[in-house]
Design a protein around this ligand. Structure first.
Ligand code: C2E
Ligand code: CA
Ligand code: CA
Length: 766
């Protein structure tokens, strides 16, 4: 109890109990009505409860507010002393004695009491103080009291609000901190349970995370605080829909249960103490990330304010979980291949880096294997990407199963995989043997038939192996070496394994030089076109094939097949091809205009697959023809089967569009591809060029003779113009003429000639 003397207010000889002072003069004017006036003031509804007492604390007066506040009848108080009225909260003798002593010594005494009035809880604050006459003689006591319930509630509410905000603030900071999701949840749970006394929960709880196992979702306990061992065991994984937390997960709604007799509390164990729960879903835009469950003492009521707070807590926890899940998804994406879940390029590079460093330090030798699936494109193209993807997934599973735990396999992209065998031994020969063994196992595993949807598919791998460390090579160089070796495996028939050898490095360097030469020649206008005559059986010129020549910076011609290959793979073929087309058309126009090319019925221009597949290829051809004003009837474009395979149906459209321009199309190297004859017959072709591999030496080769005869029969049936390429001897020519072949190209007649040589040749032969 507290005492204070300084608040007493007297006017004349009367204690008014208010701080509003009325001037004396006015008082006297109202003197006659004083008693009535005072009575009205004392009984005004806003006046606080007043009970006046004599020196013996016997009640002498009380106002209506007092009666309302303490809820007593006049019979309860009349003639009684303050300590004898239970409603006033001082019926405890000691308490009353203490109050009397304090009032007497200090002039006043404050106390508070709690009451349930008409079923509702009230908090009352009261002060008992002395009343004095003019001579400062104590003449009695007065009790002032008021109901402070709502003020106190207001105070409590704002204190709680501040505490809630502080608790949320702590959790928000944790949610943004750098820690894994489990640590975050554990720290959040502990911090929560220690800082929310107003919720009056038991210091026990758990947080679960949603987990997906194939088609089934479950909750996994990710954080726990002071749980019983039996709970830890039975609630470690909870099925959606089971018990309190499982129900919350399913319904995505906060659930309160008052006690464990609730039949939704399905988990029961011996020694379980009675408790209730608040279980809250952790949601992120209606996706369930997890569940927070808190333990309540039995008898804990369900409160809207608790639930509102817990929902906010859940929001903060959800933010923290989702932030981490996004981060780990990004991290995963940066390290793993989405399709096969194998490590990706970044990961394997990192591991090769480390393996290289370790190998140098300890003298180990390791191996990197580059695996590429043969003709995988066909599966994608003909059966669709879904089937292709499934094959890749199965391939990666087989790779993983074939390798030892310490080896690593990654997918670089497409149908390319890399295997790292890091510490194989100290002797290059044994390491190479080991690696070869592993490669054979891989080849065996990968080559087994795949069952995808209703298809039975066969895929073989080409494998390149590079050992490391050799010299001072970097990871990229090691990978390149394995890649180069893989290309050799492809070149040597596929479905085999090849090792990287220094000579292969030379070839790789050669390609690089050629690429530089190609760019240089393009910039400097150094390309040349050679022309190889095509003749009839008596040797009269009917046409010519245009062949590119590319000088290197050293002044010598580069190998043209290599040039075309490099130009194709670098995309340089497009500008080069356009130049060839324009240059050839200009020359033809020049010869025609000058009466040189009278017998030249056509000029064959080679078109690479990449050019042919360009969307605007036809319009480019049209533009060049218009620009050069050449006679389109005399232009033949030679395409190869690979252009057709890659373009599928579009090829037919392109060919038709070319024919509309008046241009003819020839199938080059006919007989070397794998297209079905029925497909070839559907194509709007004009000319077939039988590949020289069938033609050269045909007079001694029965097999080739049979093939050429069949091809010629087909050409006749389809009404196609047929040219035999690579005629090198008069025997070959004779043989072909005998079989009915009409047109020829080959060294027997002429090698490809420079523009000047060819111009002179035509002048001689026209
Ligand atoms: P191709 O289109 O099959 O060209 C015919 C090749 O056979 C030419 O080789 C030619 O010189 C050669 N040849 C002609 N008659 C005989 C013979 O009797 N015996 C032998 N052994 N060879 C003969 P070249 O000029 O080295 O061209 C090789 C390949 O390079 C061409 O094969 C073609 O695929 C490509 N190529 C050449 N020029 C161009 C071009 O301007 N554009 C495109 N896209 N490719 C070209
Ligand atoms: Ca050709
Ligand atoms: Ca050819």
């Amino acid at each position: 109890m507290v005492s204070r003397r300084d608040k007493q207010v007297f006017i004349d000889d009367c204690y008014v109990g208010t701080t509003e002072i009325v001037p004396n003069k006015q008082w006297q004017e109202f003197d006659s009505h004083r008693a009535v006036y005072l009575e009205n003031i004392l009984n005004a509804p806003t006046t606080m409860a007043i009970i006046a007492m004599d020196l013996d604390f016997a009640i002498s007066y009380y106002n209506q507010s007092a009666q309302r506040l303490f809820h007593f009848q006049s019979s309860d108080v009349d003639g009684r002393r303050l300590g004898e009225i239970p409603a006033l909260g001082l019926s405890d003798a000691n308490r009353f004695k203490e109050l009397v002593a304090t009032v007497k010594s200090s002039g006043e005494c404050y106390y508070s009491l709690e009451r349930v009035v008409l079923g509702s809880y009230r908090l009352i604050e009261a002060v008992v103080s002395g009343i004095y006459d003019h001579q400062q003689q104590l003449m009695g006591f007065i009790l002032n009291a008021q109901d402070v319930t709502s003020r106190r509630l207001q105070q409590e509410r704002s204190t709680r609000k501040a505490a809630e905000e502080q608790c949320l603030g702590v959790l928000l900071r944790l949610s943004l901190d750098n820690m894994d999701v489990e640590t975050f949840l554990q720290q959040s749970l502990e911090s929560l349970l220690k800082s929310i006394p107003w919720l009056n929960v038991l210091p026990k709880g758990a947080i679960f995370l949603t987990e997906q196992h194939e088609q089934k979702k479950t909750l996994r306990m990710a954080a726990k605080y002071q749980l019983n061992k039996a709970v830890e065991a039975s609630c470690n994984q909870i099925a959606f829909g089971y018990c309190v937390c499982g129900r919350v997960a399913l319904q995505k709604e906060l659930l309160f249960i008052a006690d464990t007799h609730d039949n939704r509390h399905e988990v029961q164990y011996s020694g379980m103490e009675p408790h209730g729960h608040y279980s809250v879903p952790l949601l992120l835009s209606n996706d369930l990330l997890g569940v927070l469950t808190l333990y309540l003492p039995p008898g804990h009521g369900e409160k809207e304010s608790d639930k509102a707070f817990l929902r906010r807590i859940a929001d903060v926890l959800s933010i923290g979980i989702s932030k981490r899940q996004t981060e780990s998804a990004l991290e995963y994406e940066a390290q793993y291949d989405g399709l096969t879940t194998l490590p990706n390029r970044n990961q394997i590079i990192l591991h090769i880096d480390r393996a290289l460093a370790r190998a140098r330090r300890h003298g180990h030798i390791g191996a990197v294997m580059f695996i590429d699936l043969d003709h995988f494109k066909n599966i994608n193209d003909s059966l669709g990407h879904n089937i292709g993807d499934e094959v890749l997934r199965q391939v990666s599973r087989r790779l993983v199963d074939t390798l030892r735990k310490e080896d690593m396999v990654a997918r670089l992209g497409g149908d390319e995989f890399v295997v790292l065998l890091s510490e194989e031994g100290f002797n290059p020969r044994t390491v190479a043997q080991q690696a070869q063994l592993v490669a054979e196992k891989i080849r065996d595993a990968v080559s087994q038939t795949y069952v995808v949807s209703s298809y039975l598919l066969n895929v073989t791998p080409s494998i390149g192996i590079a050992l490391f460390p050799e010299n001072n090579e970097t990871t990229t160089e090691v990978l390149q070496q394995a890649d180069t070796a893989m290309y050799r495996a492809k070149a040597e028939g596929r479905n085999c394994t090849r090792f990287f050898l220094p000579v292969m490095q030379m070839l790789a360097n050669e390609r690089l030089t050629v690429e530089q030469d190609l760019r240089w020649a393009l910039d400097e206008g150094k390309y040349q076109l050679y022309y190889q005559p095509q003749v009839d059986s008596v040797g009269s010129i009917v046409g010519a094939e245009v062949l590119l020549r590319c000088p290197g910076r050293d002044g010598n011609f580069n190998r043209i097949d290599l040039c075309i290959d490099v130009a194709e793979s670098t995309g340089l073929i497009l500008p080069i091809g356009e130049w060839i087309l324009r240059e050839a058309c200009q020359k033809l126009k020049y010869w025609s205009d000058n009466g040189i090319a009278k017998s030249l019925q056509h000029l064959c221009i080679n078109i690479s697959p990449k050019q042919f597949l360009q969307r605007d290829f036809v319009s480019l051809v049209q533009r060049v023809i218009n620009e050069t004003n050449v006679d389109a009837q005399r232009i033949v474009l030679e395409i190869t089967e690979s252009s057709l395979i890659d373009a599928k149906m579009d090829a037919i459209e392109t060919m038709k569009a070319l024919k509309e321009l008046g241009i003819r199309v020839a199938m080059d190297d006919f007989g070397t591809g794998y297209s079905s004859l029925s497909y070839i017959t559907q194509l709007p072709l004009d000319i077939l060029k039988i590949d020289r591999s069938f033609v050269s030496g045909i007079s001694h080769d029965h097999k080739n003779a049979a093939v050429v005869e069949a091809l010629m029969a087909m050409a006749r049936q389809l009404d196609l113009y047929l040219i035999a390429e690579g005629v090198e001897t008069s025997e070959d020519l004779e043989f072909l003429v005998q079989k009915g072949c009409k047109y020829f190209q080959g060294f027997h007649f002429s090698r490809p000639q420079s523009v000047n040589e060819f111009t002179a040749y035509m002048e001689r032969h026209s």
